[in-house]
Design a protein around this ligand. Structure first.
Ligand SMILES: Nc1ncnc2c1ncn2[C@@H]1O[C@H](COP(=O)(O)OP(=O)(O)OP(=O)(O)O)[C@@H](O)[C@H]1O
Ligand SMILES: [Mg+2]
Length: 292
Protein backbone atom coordinates (compact mmCIF):
# COMPACT_ATOMS: atom_id res chain seq x y z
CA UNK A 1 0.00 0.00 0.00
CA UNK A 2 1.32 3.43 -0.89
CA UNK A 3 1.73 5.49 2.26
CA UNK A 4 1.15 8.63 0.23
CA UNK A 5 -2.55 8.55 -0.47
CA UNK A 6 -3.88 7.77 3.01
CA UNK A 7 -1.82 10.60 4.50
CA UNK A 8 -2.98 13.02 1.81
CA UNK A 9 -6.58 12.00 2.42
CA UNK A 10 -6.13 12.32 6.15
CA UNK A 11 -4.70 15.79 5.68
CA UNK A 12 -7.49 16.83 3.37
CA UNK A 13 -10.01 15.66 5.90
CA UNK A 14 -8.25 17.20 8.88
CA UNK A 15 -7.45 20.51 7.33
CA UNK A 16 -10.97 21.51 6.34
CA UNK A 17 -11.75 24.92 7.88
CA UNK A 18 -12.41 24.46 11.57
CA UNK A 19 -15.13 26.56 13.20
CA UNK A 20 -13.51 28.94 15.66
CA UNK A 21 -15.20 27.32 18.66
CA UNK A 22 -13.97 23.89 17.62
CA UNK A 23 -10.46 25.20 16.93
CA UNK A 24 -10.27 26.44 20.50
CA UNK A 25 -11.86 23.36 22.01
CA UNK A 26 -10.31 22.55 25.37
CA UNK A 27 -10.97 18.82 24.83
CA UNK A 28 -8.05 18.68 22.38
CA UNK A 29 -4.98 16.89 23.67
CA UNK A 30 -2.49 16.67 20.78
CA UNK A 31 -0.33 19.82 20.64
CA UNK A 32 -0.70 21.59 17.32
CA UNK A 33 3.10 21.92 17.21
CA UNK A 34 5.47 19.36 18.65
CA UNK A 35 9.14 19.94 17.94
CA UNK A 36 11.50 17.26 19.21
CA UNK A 37 15.28 17.60 19.18
CA UNK A 38 15.30 19.69 16.03
CA UNK A 39 18.62 20.88 14.71
CA UNK A 40 19.27 22.93 11.60
CA UNK A 41 22.71 23.50 10.19
CA UNK A 42 23.72 25.32 7.06
CA UNK A 43 26.93 24.28 5.32
CA UNK A 44 29.32 21.55 6.44
CA UNK A 45 32.48 21.03 8.47
CA UNK A 46 34.28 24.01 9.97
CA UNK A 47 32.14 26.48 8.03
CA UNK A 48 28.82 25.02 9.25
CA UNK A 49 26.36 27.42 10.90
CA UNK A 50 24.25 25.74 13.58
CA UNK A 51 21.18 27.94 13.29
CA UNK A 52 19.14 25.70 15.63
CA UNK A 53 21.06 23.51 18.05
CA UNK A 54 19.35 23.41 21.44
CA UNK A 55 21.18 22.69 24.69
CA UNK A 56 24.39 20.69 24.75
CA UNK A 57 24.20 17.09 25.85
CA UNK A 58 25.57 17.08 29.42
CA UNK A 59 27.19 13.73 28.61
CA UNK A 60 29.25 15.47 25.93
CA UNK A 61 27.32 14.09 22.96
CA UNK A 62 26.88 17.44 21.19
CA UNK A 63 23.78 19.61 20.82
CA UNK A 64 20.47 17.94 21.68
CA UNK A 65 18.33 20.09 19.40
CA UNK A 66 15.38 22.34 20.13
CA UNK A 67 12.26 20.84 21.70
CA UNK A 68 9.02 22.74 22.19
CA UNK A 69 5.28 22.06 22.16
CA UNK A 70 2.58 24.58 21.32
CA UNK A 71 -1.03 23.94 22.31
CA UNK A 72 -3.97 24.69 20.06
CA UNK A 73 -5.14 28.24 20.75
CA UNK A 74 -1.87 29.48 22.19
CA UNK A 75 -0.28 32.75 21.05
CA UNK A 76 3.49 32.46 21.14
CA UNK A 77 5.95 35.27 20.49
CA UNK A 78 9.46 34.19 19.50
CA UNK A 79 12.09 36.76 20.37
CA UNK A 80 15.86 36.91 20.08
CA UNK A 81 18.59 38.97 18.50
CA UNK A 82 19.41 38.92 14.81
CA UNK A 83 20.84 35.56 13.78
CA UNK A 84 19.51 33.70 16.83
CA UNK A 85 17.49 31.29 14.66
CA UNK A 86 13.98 32.74 14.75
CA UNK A 87 13.27 32.61 11.02
CA UNK A 88 14.94 29.22 10.78
CA UNK A 89 12.52 27.91 13.40
CA UNK A 90 9.56 29.58 11.71
CA UNK A 91 10.51 28.11 8.31
CA UNK A 92 10.54 24.66 9.85
CA UNK A 93 7.22 25.21 11.66
CA UNK A 94 5.73 26.43 8.38
CA UNK A 95 7.03 23.40 6.45
CA UNK A 96 9.02 25.77 4.23
CA UNK A 97 12.24 24.06 5.27
CA UNK A 98 13.22 20.73 6.82
CA UNK A 99 15.33 20.12 9.92
CA UNK A 100 18.81 18.64 9.62
CA UNK A 101 17.75 16.23 12.37
CA UNK A 102 14.93 15.79 14.86
CA UNK A 103 11.16 15.49 14.43
CA UNK A 104 8.36 17.96 13.83
CA UNK A 105 4.79 16.85 14.40
CA UNK A 106 2.11 19.21 13.14
CA UNK A 107 -1.31 18.26 14.51
CA UNK A 108 0.16 14.85 15.30
CA UNK A 109 1.44 14.30 11.74
CA UNK A 110 5.19 13.75 11.36
CA UNK A 111 5.88 16.16 8.52
CA UNK A 112 9.28 14.55 7.99
CA UNK A 113 7.39 11.70 6.31
CA UNK A 114 5.52 13.89 3.83
CA UNK A 115 6.53 14.49 0.24
CA UNK A 116 6.48 17.89 -1.48
CA UNK A 117 2.88 17.52 -2.60
CA UNK A 118 1.68 16.65 0.89
CA UNK A 119 3.73 19.49 2.40
CA UNK A 120 2.14 21.96 0.02
CA UNK A 121 -1.28 20.65 1.10
CA UNK A 122 -0.33 21.21 4.73
CA UNK A 123 0.91 24.73 4.04
CA UNK A 124 -2.18 25.61 2.05
CA UNK A 125 -4.78 24.16 4.39
CA UNK A 126 -3.33 24.37 7.86
CA UNK A 127 -1.10 27.44 7.95
CA UNK A 128 -1.55 31.12 7.23
CA UNK A 129 1.69 33.04 6.68
CA UNK A 130 2.38 36.72 7.26
CA UNK A 131 5.82 38.09 6.40
CA UNK A 132 7.55 41.34 7.21
CA UNK A 133 7.73 42.27 3.53
CA UNK A 134 4.04 41.47 2.89
CA UNK A 135 4.96 39.16 -0.05
CA UNK A 136 2.04 40.31 -2.18
CA UNK A 137 1.93 39.53 -5.89
CA UNK A 138 2.80 42.69 -7.87
CA UNK A 139 0.18 44.27 -10.16
CA UNK A 140 -2.56 42.06 -8.72
CA UNK A 141 -5.70 43.34 -7.04
CA UNK A 142 -6.32 42.83 -3.34
CA UNK A 143 -9.27 40.60 -4.19
CA UNK A 144 -7.20 38.36 -6.49
CA UNK A 145 -4.39 38.13 -3.89
CA UNK A 146 -6.80 36.86 -1.27
CA UNK A 147 -8.57 34.50 -3.68
CA UNK A 148 -5.28 32.86 -4.62
CA UNK A 149 -4.90 30.37 -1.72
CA UNK A 150 -8.54 29.37 -2.23
CA UNK A 151 -7.84 28.75 -5.92
CA UNK A 152 -4.96 26.47 -4.92
CA UNK A 153 -7.33 24.69 -2.55
CA UNK A 154 -9.77 24.08 -5.41
CA UNK A 155 -12.56 26.35 -4.14
CA UNK A 156 -14.99 27.37 -6.90
CA UNK A 157 -14.96 30.90 -8.27
CA UNK A 158 -18.15 32.28 -6.71
CA UNK A 159 -17.32 30.89 -3.27
CA UNK A 160 -13.75 32.14 -3.62
CA UNK A 161 -14.94 35.64 -4.30
CA UNK A 162 -17.45 35.57 -1.45
CA UNK A 163 -14.85 34.43 1.07
CA UNK A 164 -12.15 36.81 -0.19
CA UNK A 165 -14.53 39.77 0.02
CA UNK A 166 -15.50 38.72 3.56
CA UNK A 167 -11.83 38.41 4.61
CA UNK A 168 -10.94 41.79 3.13
CA UNK A 169 -13.96 43.37 4.78
CA UNK A 170 -12.90 41.85 8.08
CA UNK A 171 -9.53 43.59 7.85
CA UNK A 172 -11.25 46.85 6.94
CA UNK A 173 -10.44 46.82 3.22
CA UNK A 174 -13.90 46.14 1.82
CA UNK A 175 -13.57 49.33 -0.22
CA UNK A 176 -10.11 48.52 -1.60
CA UNK A 177 -10.88 45.26 -3.42
CA UNK A 178 -9.57 46.42 -6.79
CA UNK A 179 -6.47 48.17 -5.49
CA UNK A 180 -3.05 46.83 -6.42
CA UNK A 181 -0.15 46.79 -3.92
CA UNK A 182 1.34 50.03 -5.28
CA UNK A 183 -2.05 51.68 -4.68
CA UNK A 184 -2.13 50.71 -0.99
CA UNK A 185 -0.29 52.00 2.08
CA UNK A 186 2.14 49.66 3.89
CA UNK A 187 -0.41 49.02 6.62
CA UNK A 188 -3.10 48.28 4.06
CA UNK A 189 -0.77 45.92 2.17
CA UNK A 190 -0.10 44.04 5.37
CA UNK A 191 -3.83 43.86 6.04
CA UNK A 192 -4.28 42.29 2.58
CA UNK A 193 -1.63 39.77 3.65
CA UNK A 194 -3.57 39.12 6.87
CA UNK A 195 -6.76 38.58 4.83
CA UNK A 196 -4.87 36.19 2.55
CA UNK A 197 -3.55 34.30 5.59
CA UNK A 198 -6.95 33.92 7.22
CA UNK A 199 -9.17 33.30 4.18
CA UNK A 200 -8.52 29.55 4.24
CA UNK A 201 -9.44 29.43 7.96
CA UNK A 202 -6.08 27.88 8.88
CA UNK A 203 -5.67 26.41 12.35
CA UNK A 204 -2.34 28.18 12.70
CA UNK A 205 -1.01 31.62 11.86
CA UNK A 206 2.76 32.05 11.45
CA UNK A 207 4.01 35.61 11.33
CA UNK A 208 7.67 36.63 10.87
CA UNK A 209 8.08 40.27 12.02
CA UNK A 210 4.63 41.16 10.62
CA UNK A 211 4.88 44.71 11.93
CA UNK A 212 8.58 45.25 11.16
CA UNK A 213 7.82 47.56 8.22
CA UNK A 214 4.82 49.34 9.71
CA UNK A 215 4.30 52.60 11.55
CA UNK A 216 2.84 52.50 15.04
CA UNK A 217 -0.76 52.97 13.94
CA UNK A 218 -0.65 50.21 11.32
CA UNK A 219 1.20 48.04 13.84
CA UNK A 220 -1.67 48.47 16.29
CA UNK A 221 -4.22 47.62 13.61
CA UNK A 222 -2.45 44.48 12.47
CA UNK A 223 -1.85 43.33 16.06
CA UNK A 224 -5.51 43.92 16.89
CA UNK A 225 -6.40 41.57 14.04
CA UNK A 226 -3.94 38.94 15.18
CA UNK A 227 -5.38 39.25 18.71
CA UNK A 228 -8.86 38.81 17.34
CA UNK A 229 -7.89 35.73 15.32
CA UNK A 230 -6.28 34.20 18.39
CA UNK A 231 -9.30 35.06 20.54
CA UNK A 232 -11.38 33.15 17.96
CA UNK A 233 -9.24 30.03 18.52
CA UNK A 234 -6.41 30.25 15.99
CA UNK A 235 -2.96 29.26 17.17
CA UNK A 236 -0.48 32.08 16.55
CA UNK A 237 3.32 31.98 16.40
CA UNK A 238 4.75 35.43 15.88
CA UNK A 239 8.37 36.48 15.58
CA UNK A 240 9.25 39.92 16.81
CA UNK A 241 12.08 42.08 18.09
CA UNK A 242 9.74 44.40 19.92
CA UNK A 243 8.57 44.06 23.52
CA UNK A 244 5.45 46.06 22.63
CA UNK A 245 4.48 43.37 20.11
CA UNK A 246 5.42 40.47 22.39
CA UNK A 247 3.12 41.94 25.04
CA UNK A 248 0.20 40.67 22.92
CA UNK A 249 1.31 37.04 23.22
CA UNK A 250 0.24 34.50 25.83
CA UNK A 251 3.71 33.01 25.91
CA UNK A 252 7.18 34.34 25.01
CA UNK A 253 10.09 32.17 23.86
CA UNK A 254 13.56 33.67 23.70
CA UNK A 255 16.24 32.28 21.43
CA UNK A 256 19.98 32.82 21.82
CA UNK A 257 22.35 31.19 19.34
CA UNK A 258 19.86 28.52 18.28
CA UNK A 259 18.76 27.63 21.82
CA UNK A 260 15.56 28.42 23.68
CA UNK A 261 16.84 30.19 26.79
CA UNK A 262 13.52 31.24 28.30
CA UNK A 263 9.86 30.33 27.99
CA UNK A 264 7.53 32.66 29.88
CA UNK A 265 3.75 32.41 30.07
CA UNK A 266 1.97 35.77 30.05
CA UNK A 267 -1.59 34.47 29.88
CA UNK A 268 -3.53 31.17 29.86
CA UNK A 269 -3.89 29.24 26.58
CA UNK A 270 -7.66 29.27 26.94
CA UNK A 271 -9.34 32.63 26.61
CA UNK A 272 -8.44 35.84 24.83
CA UNK A 273 -4.85 37.10 24.48
CA UNK A 274 -3.60 39.53 27.19
CA UNK A 275 -3.96 42.84 25.37
CA UNK A 276 -7.28 41.88 23.81
CA UNK A 277 -8.85 40.88 27.13
CA UNK A 278 -11.64 43.31 27.88
CA UNK A 279 -10.31 45.71 25.28
CA UNK A 280 -13.44 46.40 23.23
CA UNK A 281 -11.92 49.58 21.72
CA UNK A 282 -9.36 47.42 19.92
CA UNK A 283 -12.16 45.58 18.14
CA UNK A 284 -13.82 48.90 17.41
CA UNK A 285 -10.59 50.23 15.92
CA UNK A 286 -10.42 47.25 13.55
CA UNK A 287 -14.03 47.60 12.54
CA UNK A 288 -13.62 51.28 11.79
CA UNK A 289 -10.27 50.81 10.07
CA UNK A 290 -12.05 50.47 6.72
CA UNK A 291 -12.40 53.73 4.94
CA UNK A 292 -8.77 54.71 4.78
N1 LIG B 1 20.31 29.73 3.91
C1 LIG B 1 21.25 29.93 4.82
N2 LIG B 1 22.53 29.54 4.61
C2 LIG B 1 23.49 29.73 5.53
N3 LIG B 1 23.29 30.26 6.74
C3 LIG B 1 22.05 30.67 7.01
C4 LIG B 1 20.96 30.52 6.10
N4 LIG B 1 19.83 31.00 6.66
C5 LIG B 1 20.19 31.43 7.88
N5 LIG B 1 21.51 31.23 8.10
C6 LIG B 1 22.24 31.54 9.34
O1 LIG B 1 21.55 30.93 10.41
C7 LIG B 1 21.53 31.77 11.55
C8 LIG B 1 20.08 32.00 11.97
O2 LIG B 1 19.42 32.76 10.97
P1 LIG B 1 17.92 33.24 11.08
O3 LIG B 1 17.53 33.81 9.77
O4 LIG B 1 17.12 32.11 11.62
O5 LIG B 1 18.04 34.38 12.18
P2 LIG B 1 16.93 35.34 12.78
O6 LIG B 1 16.88 35.08 14.25
O7 LIG B 1 15.66 35.19 12.01
O8 LIG B 1 17.57 36.77 12.52
P3 LIG B 1 16.86 38.18 12.12
O9 LIG B 1 16.31 38.75 13.37
O10 LIG B 1 18.02 38.98 11.59
O11 LIG B 1 15.84 37.90 11.07
C9 LIG B 1 22.26 33.03 11.15
O12 LIG B 1 23.58 32.95 11.64
C10 LIG B 1 22.25 33.01 9.65
O13 LIG B 1 23.37 33.65 9.12
MG1 LIG C 1 14.56 36.46 10.72
Amino acid sequence: MSPRLPVARRLTRQVRPVPAEAAGSPSRTVPVISVRGVRKSYGVGEAAVHALRGPDDPAGGGPLGVSVDVEQGDFVAVMGSSGSGKSTLMNILGCLDVPTSGRYLLDGIDVGHLDEHQLSLVRNRKIGFIFQSFNLVPRTTALAQVELPLAYAGVRAAERRRRAVAALSMVGLGDRLDHRPNELSGGQQQRVAVARALVTSPAMLLADEPTGNLDSRSTDEVLAMVDRLNAAGRTVVLITHEDEVARHAKRVLRLVDGRIVSDVRQGPVAGPPPVFAGAEPVVGAVASGGGR
